[in-house]
Design a protein around this ligand. Structure first.
Ligand code: FES
Ligand SMILES: [Fe+2]
Length: 444
């Protein structure tokens, strides 16, 4: 050590500032408005029974319910009459009734009935006001809502990995006691998999992830991709982590991909949204995906979703968390809202730098009147995605191996980009044929 930076506790500040533009998500903030232009999961379907459920999302307290005909509603907590809470409302055949004076609201918040009042008064109130409500969509065990201006509601995007035949989608939630941005960052930080999840305490995913490999970053329209290319014996393992703006994430298999087994175009083992609950709490709503092209069914256990989400079970003793830290420990330990301005970023943080910069730009553009871009504006459902694993048998060939890995990784990505306009089996066939041809070319 030849610098004078030892024992600088007194001189170095311990707290700094957060990336205010991105960490604040309430209505009226730049990022809060941006996030409100997208469908967001807000609950698991199984969490909504015959009683209304008080939830919090994007800093709003809301009541989610299912009426007696099976329709879902998401409404403001407070009744427009005299502000009773709709969490104590009664689910009706046709919407929800406030418990206090029995006003009946449809799932879109319009008042259907004001009992016990002279007709003309009731009608006048019905014409003038409603209960704030948001559109809801139930999809495969998750409940999504759109919290933005109704006239800007986008088409509901269905990502291609949810449409693969023979896969099992297991809905799950994971709650984090910290700001959303620090939870989201991890998806574009592929190197943490080699440390937090492999080398630091115990191997939490597959053995092979301890190897850092070569890192490549891509941006495709709204998708940011962190590609990790590893040498495993005579194989080259290309793994893609993916963020689709603003908060949708995917990656390859958590347990079964380790680079030893040939995989042509394996797909994501989770499909996940990092949803801000308020400025200081976040929930990941997701499906764990099991099947031949993700993690096999044998990993579909009660613990499976927690382990896929963060490498360890979510609720553990403090000692367990210290001995075997997972993502919750890494990101909650930063404090409820991390001081991004005190970070010291390095080359492996490149994708984080890029996506935050892009997010800031998009938030500002929205403030200035631009429309928020939508994946459904770029592609027809199902939307092409990239998270997954490919393992090709390409032994070292005398060329510098790091360079070879980067070349192959890039070719594998280009093959997927070229096949974007195709869908379903046609895209699978095109990608798999091209991967086989690539493998043959290098083995010649
Ligand atoms: S407060 Fe809701 S009906 Fe009166
Ligand atoms: Fe992680």
């Amino acid at each position: 050590m030849n610098n004078n930076l030892g024992y600088q506790g007194y001189r170095q500040p311990q707290r700094g500032a957060s990336d205010e533009l991105l960490v604040r998500i309430s209505q009226g903030t730049a990022c809060g408005e941006y996030l409100r232009r997208y469908w967001q999961p807000v609950a698991l379907t199984e969490e909504v029974g015959d009683l209304p459920r008080l939830i919090r999302v994007l800093g709003e307290e809301l009541v989610l319910f299912r009426d007696k005909t099976g329709r879902y509603g998401l409404v403001h907590k407070q009744c427009p009459h005299r502000r009773a809470s709709m969490e104590f409302g009664i689910c009706d055949e046709n919407g929800i009734r406030c418990c206090y004076h029995g006003w009946l609201f449809d799932i879109d918040g319009r008042i259907l009935e004001i009992p016990g009042q002279p007709g003309e008064h009731a009608e006048l109130v019905m014409k003038q006001t409603s209960l704030g409500a948001y559109p809801v969509k139930e999809f495969r065990g998750l409940i999504f809502a759109y919290l933005g201006p109704i006239e800007e509601m986008p088409e509901f995007p269905v990502y291609d990995t949810l449409e693969i035949e023979g896969q099992t989608l297991v809905p799950y939630r994971a709650d984090y006691n910290c700001n959303w941005l620090q939870v989201l960052d991890a998806i574009l930080d592929p190197i943490h998999t080699s440390f937090l999840h492999s080398r630091m305490s115990r191997v939490q995913f597959s053995e092979g992830m301890g190897e850092i490999g070569e890192l490549l970053f891509y941006q495709r329209d709204m998708s940011f991709l962190g590609t990790n290319v590893r040498r495993v014996g005579d194989n080259v393992w290309v793994r893609v982590n993916e963020l689709v703006l603003p908060n949708y994430t995917q990656a390859g298999a958590a347990f079964s991909a380790d680079g030893t087994r040939h995989i042509y175009y394996g797909r994501s083992a989770f499909s996940r949204w990092v949803v801000p609950i308020d400025d200081e709490n976040t929930t990941a709503f997701a499906w764990a995906i099991f099947g031949e092209r993700a993690d096999p069914e044998e990993y579909n256990t009660p613990e499976g979703p927690d382990l896929i989400e963060q490498g360890e079970l979510m609720n553990r003793s403090y000692e367990e968390r210290q001995r075997f830290p997972g993502d919750a420990e890494a990101v909650e330990g930063m404090g409820v809202i991390a001081d991004q301005k005190m970070e010291h970023l390095v080359p492996s943080d490149k994708a984080i730098i890029l996506y935050r910069k892009k997010l800031r730009k998009l938030c500002r553009e929205l403030e200035q009147g631009a429309q928020a871009g939508q994946v459904t504006g770029l592609w027809q459902n199902p939307i092409p995605t990239y998270g997954g694993d490919t393992v090709l048998n390409i032994p070292p060939n005398g060329q510098d191996d790091a360079e070879l890995l980067r070349d192959i990784g890039d070719r594998v990505m280009q093959i997927q980009f070229d096949a974007e306009p195709l869908q379903g089996a046609a895209r699978d066939d095109r990608v798999i044929d091209a991967l086989k041809a690539l493998e043959a070319e290098y083995r010649r």
